[in-house]
Design a protein around this ligand. Structure first.
Ligand SMILES: Nc1ncnc2c1ncn2[C@@H]1O[C@H](COP(=O)(O)OP(=O)(O)OP(=O)(O)O)[C@@H](O)[C@H]1O
Ligand SMILES: [Mg+2]
Length: 165
């Protein structure tokens, strides 16, 4: 279960703090999915980054299976990012010095979860099988996005966080 309780987040600006998330509540059972919809600038990416442990909220709680994310050490947050979730960034964030095949599997390898059969299946399903030796700059936007989706799924995470997939 993912539970978000009364989450608040603002960003500092020269005019003072800009409130973005103002008391967000979400409950999501394992195996279910939720689509967040909102205007550009409304805070969707901000919320995903908080759940991913890439940023910290001003107040409120995020609980994964009843364990709060805040209060964890940096090492524990790093483990959550590496092993707990798959994250598809809005801007993809592929590693430019690695080819598609390595971009797909790099994180799963780091997490000790690389499975060559699953990686090959993902490449096939995502239409990337013929592109494995190309580099991100040699791909179209849609192809880069599919690499980002494949990378997020490669380690078979319990949770997939996808920003504008
Ligand atoms: N580091 C930051 N400092 C100041 N303001 C920020 C920062 N990051 C985001 N914002 C502001 O916070 C708001 C929410 O941004 P966010 O990226 O979460 O929106 P979004 O809903 O994902 O938008 P989009 O649909 O365009 O991707 C925006 O108004 C943005 O300008
Ligand atoms: Mg966004």
């Amino acid at each position: 279960m993912l539970a978000i309780e009364q989450l608040y987040k603002s960003f500092p600006t020269p005019q003072g703090p800009l409130p973005i998330l103002q008391g967000v509540d979400v409950r999501l059972a394992r195996g279910s999915s939720l689509a967040l919809m909102g205007e550009s600038g409304s805070g969707k990416s901000t919320l995903l980054h908080l759940v991913a442990g890439l940023d910290r909220a001003d107040s409120g709680r995020i609980l994964i299976d009843d364990v709060p994310l805040d209060g964890r050490s940096e090492a524990s947050l790093a483990q959550w990012r590496r092993e707990g979730i798959g994250l598809v960034f809005q801007q993809y964030n592929l590693i430019s010095s690695l080819d598609v095949g390595l971009n797909l599997t790099f994180q799963a390898r780091l997490a000790g979860r690389h499975d060559p059969h699953w990686a090959a299946y993902l490449a096939q399903r995502l239409g990337l099988a013929d592109l494995l030796e190309r580099y991100p700059e040699q791909l179209s936007g849609g192809q880069q996005q599919r690499v980002a989706i494949g990378r997020a799924l490669a380690g078979r995470p319990a949770w997939l966080l996808a920003d504008e997939p």
